[in-house]
Design a binder for this molecule. Structure first.
Ligand code: FPP
Length: 281
């Protein structure tokens, strides 16, 4: 059986031209927002899968599977609206505290979903990145993540960054330790360490600042997600569990972002008015 990288490269070779994403079955279309009013980077805490499943009398693992489907649809919506960066919190370093059967289900779902994302998005030009550490991740999950990164590295459309075994404080601490190591070895001048230089030591150095940080599932906290990158992000908390989300919710969130007045320490810009609302869900 060919490896993921080989399989995806073969599909990429057949990609001519890049095809548009499949429209949502409802016929919904993305709102037209001025470029300057759109977030360049949206990051999502995909919360509420477990409660979604429990409220239906299903095992929590079914909620994560439905969450994987929701992610696939949101990726299509991100492409349709022209979002360059989407980052999702798929598994935090704190999630290891969950029961073994749920962990096993997640460790099955993540590589399977990755494989499907890498294959299904081949004609759509989606690049996959991984932010996180190996730690106790099973070898096949690490292989799926690194293969997907490698196989999609030449794609130039949406960058989808998957935070798997990710913790924000640990990311910053590891960056500081590596800077200290490089300084001690004489590879860098400690006096040259500024914010820009520091960011080069993060898991995905090219990841831009987060403009919009969305959390589903009703809780209102950021849970150690991208503390370095999201210092100025607009926060949006939705009651909808992640498993129930689709691309129209992403578009609504982006419309809400466009209405926010973002000062970022400066003077306000005039919030944008969408020209074609996506309509109610
Ligand atoms: C949080 O909901 C969700 C997770 C810990 C897992 C999310 C993972 C996926 C949707 C799979 C995605 C796959 C890839 C490749 C990115 P929760 O279980 O904490 O929900 P609860 O708060 O209702 O208990």
């Amino acid at each position: 059986m060919p490896g993921l990288a080989q399989e995806v490269r073969r599909l990429d070779a057949q990609r001519n031209p890049i095809v548009p994403p499949t429209p949502h079955p409802s016929g919904g279309r993305p709102p037209t927002l001025p470029t300057e009013a759109k977030p360049r980077h949206t990051a999502i805490v995909m919360d509420g899968n477990g409660r979604w499943a429990t409220s239906r009398g299903l095992p929590r693992s079914d909620g994560h599977r439905a969450g994987g489907e929701a992610l696939a649809d949101v990726v299509h919506g991100a492409l349709e609206i022209g979002l360059p960066h989407l980052t999702v919190y798929a598994f935090s370093t704190e999630n290891w505290k969950r029961p073994a059967d749920e962990l096993n289900a997640l460790m099955d779902e993540i590589p399977q979903r990755l494989r499907r994302l890498a294959n299904d998005t081949a004609p759509l030009n989606v690049r996959l990145r991984w932010a996180g550490v190996r730690g106790p991740l099973p070898a096949d999950v690490v292989a799926a993540l690194t293969d997907a990164e490698h196989a999609t590295r030449d794609r130039t459309g949406l960058t989808l960054t998957l935070c798997v075994n990710y913790g924000g404080r640990a990311e910053i601490a590891a960056a500081a330790a590596n800077i200290a190591r490089d300084a001690a070895a004489g590879r860098i001048d400690p006096g040259s360490v500024c914010e820009h230089a520091f960011a080069r030591y993060l898991h995905v150095p090219e990841l831009p600042d987060v403009d919009l940080l969305l959390r589903t599932g009703g809780d209102q906290r950021t849970s150690n997600f991208l503390p370095w990158q999201a210092t100025c992000a607009e926060l949006l908390f939705l009651d909808t569990p992640w498993s129930d989300m689709d691309r129209r919710d992403l578009w609504h969130a982006m419309e809400e972002y466009a209405r926010r007045i973002r000062r970022c320490g400066s003077i306000p810009r005039i919030p944008a008015q969408p020209t074609s609302p996506t309509g109610p869900r």
